[in-house]
Design a protein around this ligand. Structure first.
Ligand code: PEP
Length: 271
Protein backbone atom coordinates (compact mmCIF):
# COMPACT_ATOMS: atom_id res chain seq x y z
CA UNK A 1 0.00 0.00 0.00
CA UNK A 2 1.52 3.38 -0.96
CA UNK A 3 1.79 5.76 1.98
CA UNK A 4 -0.67 8.67 2.00
CA UNK A 5 1.09 11.99 1.46
CA UNK A 6 -1.60 13.47 3.72
CA UNK A 7 -1.59 11.23 6.82
CA UNK A 8 -5.08 12.34 7.87
CA UNK A 9 -6.46 12.29 4.32
CA UNK A 10 -8.18 15.33 2.82
CA UNK A 11 -11.65 16.68 3.59
CA UNK A 12 -13.39 19.21 1.36
CA UNK A 13 -16.40 20.66 3.18
CA UNK A 14 -18.74 23.11 1.47
CA UNK A 15 -20.54 25.58 3.73
CA UNK A 16 -23.57 26.63 1.72
CA UNK A 17 -24.71 29.15 4.35
CA UNK A 18 -28.17 30.53 3.44
CA UNK A 19 -28.06 29.22 -0.15
CA UNK A 20 -29.51 26.27 -2.07
CA UNK A 21 -32.97 24.99 -1.23
CA UNK A 22 -33.99 21.36 -1.81
CA UNK A 23 -34.31 21.68 -5.61
CA UNK A 24 -30.98 23.43 -6.06
CA UNK A 25 -29.26 20.90 -3.79
CA UNK A 26 -30.69 18.00 -5.76
CA UNK A 27 -29.53 19.54 -9.04
CA UNK A 28 -26.07 20.31 -7.59
CA UNK A 29 -25.51 16.76 -6.31
CA UNK A 30 -26.85 15.16 -9.52
CA UNK A 31 -24.48 17.32 -11.59
CA UNK A 32 -21.59 16.39 -9.29
CA UNK A 33 -22.40 12.66 -9.56
CA UNK A 34 -22.65 12.85 -13.35
CA UNK A 35 -19.41 14.77 -13.67
CA UNK A 36 -17.64 12.22 -11.46
CA UNK A 37 -19.12 9.28 -13.37
CA UNK A 38 -17.87 10.73 -16.66
CA UNK A 39 -14.29 11.12 -15.42
CA UNK A 40 -11.88 8.19 -15.42
CA UNK A 41 -12.10 7.85 -11.62
CA UNK A 42 -15.81 7.59 -10.81
CA UNK A 43 -15.05 7.77 -7.09
CA UNK A 44 -12.30 9.81 -5.43
CA UNK A 45 -9.36 7.91 -3.92
CA UNK A 46 -9.36 6.47 -0.40
CA UNK A 47 -8.62 9.19 2.12
CA UNK A 48 -10.59 11.85 0.26
CA UNK A 49 -13.84 12.89 1.88
CA UNK A 50 -16.30 15.65 1.07
CA UNK A 51 -19.27 17.21 2.81
CA UNK A 52 -21.96 19.76 2.08
CA UNK A 53 -23.32 21.74 5.03
CA UNK A 54 -26.76 22.80 3.89
CA UNK A 55 -29.60 24.97 5.20
CA UNK A 56 -31.90 23.02 7.52
CA UNK A 57 -34.74 22.79 4.97
CA UNK A 58 -32.33 21.26 2.44
CA UNK A 59 -30.85 18.46 4.55
CA UNK A 60 -33.38 15.73 3.66
CA UNK A 61 -33.31 16.49 -0.07
CA UNK A 62 -29.51 16.45 -0.08
CA UNK A 63 -29.47 13.10 1.73
CA UNK A 64 -32.00 11.75 -0.77
CA UNK A 65 -29.84 12.91 -3.68
CA UNK A 66 -26.80 11.12 -2.22
CA UNK A 67 -28.89 7.95 -1.89
CA UNK A 68 -29.89 8.22 -5.56
CA UNK A 69 -26.28 8.42 -6.74
CA UNK A 70 -24.03 5.49 -5.78
CA UNK A 71 -20.98 7.48 -6.95
CA UNK A 72 -21.51 9.88 -4.02
CA UNK A 73 -22.08 7.27 -1.34
CA UNK A 74 -19.51 6.44 1.28
CA UNK A 75 -17.40 9.57 0.87
CA UNK A 76 -19.77 12.54 0.57
CA UNK A 77 -21.62 13.50 3.74
CA UNK A 78 -24.44 15.91 4.33
CA UNK A 79 -24.22 18.03 7.47
CA UNK A 80 -25.96 20.82 9.37
CA UNK A 81 -24.55 24.32 9.84
CA UNK A 82 -25.25 24.43 13.57
CA UNK A 83 -27.06 22.61 16.37
CA UNK A 84 -27.98 23.45 19.97
CA UNK A 85 -26.40 21.64 22.91
CA UNK A 86 -29.73 20.77 24.52
CA UNK A 87 -31.60 17.78 23.04
CA UNK A 88 -34.99 19.57 23.10
CA UNK A 89 -36.79 22.48 24.71
CA UNK A 90 -37.91 26.08 24.32
CA UNK A 91 -35.21 27.26 21.89
CA UNK A 92 -37.12 28.89 19.03
CA UNK A 93 -35.35 28.64 15.70
CA UNK A 94 -32.81 26.06 16.84
CA UNK A 95 -32.04 22.48 15.80
CA UNK A 96 -30.89 19.72 18.13
CA UNK A 97 -28.83 16.56 17.79
CA UNK A 98 -31.84 14.23 18.17
CA UNK A 99 -33.82 16.20 15.53
CA UNK A 100 -30.93 15.91 13.09
CA UNK A 101 -30.40 12.23 13.87
CA UNK A 102 -34.07 11.52 13.13
CA UNK A 103 -33.54 12.53 9.48
CA UNK A 104 -30.18 10.73 9.23
CA UNK A 105 -27.69 13.57 9.81
CA UNK A 106 -24.52 12.81 11.78
CA UNK A 107 -22.32 15.81 10.97
CA UNK A 108 -22.58 19.43 12.12
CA UNK A 109 -20.60 22.65 11.93
CA UNK A 110 -20.23 24.59 15.19
CA UNK A 111 -18.74 27.95 16.15
CA UNK A 112 -18.62 29.54 12.70
CA UNK A 113 -17.48 33.17 12.94
CA UNK A 114 -20.77 34.34 11.38
CA UNK A 115 -22.61 32.67 14.27
CA UNK A 116 -20.23 34.31 16.73
CA UNK A 117 -20.29 37.79 15.11
CA UNK A 118 -23.88 38.06 13.88
CA UNK A 119 -25.85 35.84 16.27
CA UNK A 120 -24.16 36.36 19.60
CA UNK A 121 -22.60 32.93 20.01
CA UNK A 122 -19.65 32.91 22.37
CA UNK A 123 -16.71 30.67 23.19
CA UNK A 124 -18.91 29.25 25.95
CA UNK A 125 -21.97 28.43 23.79
CA UNK A 126 -19.83 27.15 20.91
CA UNK A 127 -17.97 24.93 23.38
CA UNK A 128 -21.25 23.61 24.80
CA UNK A 129 -22.55 22.78 21.34
CA UNK A 130 -19.30 21.08 20.34
CA UNK A 131 -18.99 18.88 23.40
CA UNK A 132 -22.68 17.97 23.50
CA UNK A 133 -22.79 16.98 19.83
CA UNK A 134 -19.56 14.97 20.03
CA UNK A 135 -21.00 13.25 23.07
CA UNK A 136 -24.14 12.41 21.09
CA UNK A 137 -21.99 10.67 18.46
CA UNK A 138 -21.86 13.46 15.87
CA UNK A 139 -18.88 14.37 13.79
CA UNK A 140 -18.33 18.06 14.43
CA UNK A 141 -16.39 20.69 12.49
CA UNK A 142 -15.41 23.31 15.07
CA UNK A 143 -14.33 26.74 13.76
CA UNK A 144 -11.69 28.96 15.30
CA UNK A 145 -9.97 32.05 13.93
CA UNK A 146 -8.78 35.55 14.61
CA UNK A 147 -10.14 38.90 13.40
CA UNK A 148 -7.99 41.32 11.41
CA UNK A 149 -7.54 43.46 14.53
CA UNK A 150 -6.33 40.47 16.52
CA UNK A 151 -3.87 39.53 13.76
CA UNK A 152 -2.59 43.09 13.54
CA UNK A 153 -2.18 43.11 17.33
CA UNK A 154 -0.12 39.90 16.97
CA UNK A 155 -2.75 38.05 19.00
CA UNK A 156 -3.47 35.28 16.46
CA UNK A 157 -1.95 32.42 18.46
CA UNK A 158 -3.47 33.64 21.73
CA UNK A 159 -6.93 33.97 20.12
CA UNK A 160 -7.00 30.65 18.29
CA UNK A 161 -5.47 28.56 21.06
CA UNK A 162 -7.64 30.42 23.57
CA UNK A 163 -10.80 29.42 21.65
CA UNK A 164 -9.67 25.79 21.64
CA UNK A 165 -8.69 25.87 25.30
CA UNK A 166 -12.02 27.42 26.30
CA UNK A 167 -14.01 24.79 24.41
CA UNK A 168 -11.85 22.04 25.92
CA UNK A 169 -12.55 23.35 29.44
CA UNK A 170 -16.29 23.45 28.71
CA UNK A 171 -16.12 19.79 27.68
CA UNK A 172 -14.27 18.90 30.89
CA UNK A 173 -16.83 20.79 33.00
CA UNK A 174 -19.65 18.95 31.21
CA UNK A 175 -17.79 15.64 31.64
CA UNK A 176 -17.97 15.12 27.89
CA UNK A 177 -14.40 14.34 26.81
CA UNK A 178 -13.81 14.91 23.12
CA UNK A 179 -13.55 11.93 20.81
CA UNK A 180 -10.69 12.66 18.39
CA UNK A 181 -12.14 10.30 15.79
CA UNK A 182 -15.17 12.57 15.36
CA UNK A 183 -13.63 16.00 15.90
CA UNK A 184 -12.55 18.21 13.01
CA UNK A 185 -11.09 21.67 13.56
CA UNK A 186 -11.42 24.43 10.94
CA UNK A 187 -8.98 27.33 11.15
CA UNK A 188 -10.81 30.24 9.56
CA UNK A 189 -9.17 33.65 9.84
CA UNK A 190 -12.21 35.93 10.09
CA UNK A 191 -10.58 38.53 7.84
CA UNK A 192 -10.39 35.94 5.04
CA UNK A 193 -14.02 34.74 5.10
CA UNK A 194 -16.00 35.93 2.10
CA UNK A 195 -13.52 38.75 1.48
CA UNK A 196 -11.44 37.28 -1.34
CA UNK A 197 -8.40 37.64 0.95
CA UNK A 198 -6.83 34.25 1.60
CA UNK A 199 -4.15 33.48 4.14
CA UNK A 200 -0.96 32.65 2.28
CA UNK A 201 0.13 29.02 2.62
CA UNK A 202 2.85 30.28 4.98
CA UNK A 203 0.34 32.13 7.19
CA UNK A 204 -2.01 29.14 7.20
CA UNK A 205 0.75 26.62 7.99
CA UNK A 206 2.02 28.73 10.89
CA UNK A 207 -1.37 28.62 12.65
CA UNK A 208 -2.13 25.02 11.64
CA UNK A 209 1.18 23.91 13.18
CA UNK A 210 0.20 25.65 16.44
CA UNK A 211 -3.20 23.95 16.41
CA UNK A 212 -1.62 20.57 15.66
CA UNK A 213 0.81 21.00 18.53
CA UNK A 214 -2.08 21.91 20.86
CA UNK A 215 -4.10 18.88 19.69
CA UNK A 216 -1.16 16.54 20.17
CA UNK A 217 -0.65 17.91 23.68
CA UNK A 218 -4.24 16.94 24.47
CA UNK A 219 -3.91 13.44 22.99
CA UNK A 220 -6.04 14.43 19.98
CA UNK A 221 -3.35 14.00 17.32
CA UNK A 222 -5.54 12.27 14.76
CA UNK A 223 -7.92 15.27 14.49
CA UNK A 224 -7.87 16.85 11.00
CA UNK A 225 -7.46 20.62 10.73
CA UNK A 226 -9.11 22.32 7.74
CA UNK A 227 -8.29 25.78 6.42
CA UNK A 228 -11.17 28.12 5.55
CA UNK A 229 -11.25 31.64 4.15
CA UNK A 230 -11.74 32.43 0.46
CA UNK A 231 -10.50 29.00 -0.70
CA UNK A 232 -10.87 28.65 -4.48
CA UNK A 233 -9.96 25.97 -7.02
CA UNK A 234 -6.98 28.23 -7.88
CA UNK A 235 -5.45 28.56 -4.40
CA UNK A 236 -6.43 25.21 -2.84
CA UNK A 237 -3.47 23.18 -4.16
CA UNK A 238 -0.99 25.61 -2.59
CA UNK A 239 -2.78 25.43 0.75
CA UNK A 240 -2.84 21.62 0.64
CA UNK A 241 0.92 21.58 0.19
CA UNK A 242 1.16 22.73 3.80
CA UNK A 243 1.90 19.65 5.92
CA UNK A 244 -0.64 20.56 8.60
CA UNK A 245 -3.53 21.55 6.28
CA UNK A 246 -5.84 18.54 6.02
CA UNK A 247 -8.49 20.05 3.74
CA UNK A 248 -10.72 23.06 3.31
CA UNK A 249 -13.93 24.55 4.66
CA UNK A 250 -15.22 26.44 1.66
CA UNK A 251 -18.06 28.94 1.36
CA UNK A 252 -18.42 30.82 -1.93
CA UNK A 253 -16.44 28.38 -4.08
CA UNK A 254 -18.59 25.44 -2.90
CA UNK A 255 -21.82 26.83 -4.33
CA UNK A 256 -21.36 25.70 -7.95
CA UNK A 257 -20.96 21.99 -8.63
CA UNK A 258 -18.21 22.56 -11.22
CA UNK A 259 -16.14 24.55 -8.75
CA UNK A 260 -16.77 22.05 -5.94
CA UNK A 261 -15.69 19.24 -8.29
CA UNK A 262 -12.42 21.09 -9.00
CA UNK A 263 -11.80 21.37 -5.24
CA UNK A 264 -12.44 17.63 -4.86
CA UNK A 265 -10.08 16.85 -7.74
CA UNK A 266 -7.41 19.07 -6.20
CA UNK A 267 -7.89 17.25 -2.88
CA UNK A 268 -7.58 13.89 -4.65
CA UNK A 269 -4.30 14.96 -6.26
CA UNK A 270 -2.87 15.91 -2.87
CA UNK A 271 -3.30 12.37 -1.50
C1 PEP B 1 -16.90 29.92 5.33
O1 PEP B 1 -18.03 30.33 5.28
O2 PEP B 1 -16.60 29.12 6.22
C2 PEP B 1 -15.94 30.41 4.34
C3 PEP B 1 -14.69 30.06 4.49
O3 PEP B 1 -16.42 31.19 3.33
P1 PEP B 1 -15.59 31.66 2.03
O4 PEP B 1 -14.93 30.43 1.45
O5 PEP B 1 -16.63 32.23 1.10
O6 PEP B 1 -14.59 32.65 2.48
Amino acid sequence: MPKLVKPRGVLVAGNWKMNHGPKAAHAFLSELAQALASTHSAKPPAGLRAAVLTPAVTLSAALQAVQEHPTLQGWLQVGAQNAHHEPSGAYTGELSGPLLREIGIGLALVGHSERRQLFGETDETAGQRLSSLLHQGFQVIFCVGETLGQRQAKATAKTVLGQLEWAHRVAAARREPWDASRLIIAYEPVWAIGTGLTATPGQAQEVHALIRGWLEGKGLGQTPVLYGGSVTPENFAGLLECPDVDGGLVGGASLKSASFLKLIETGAQAI
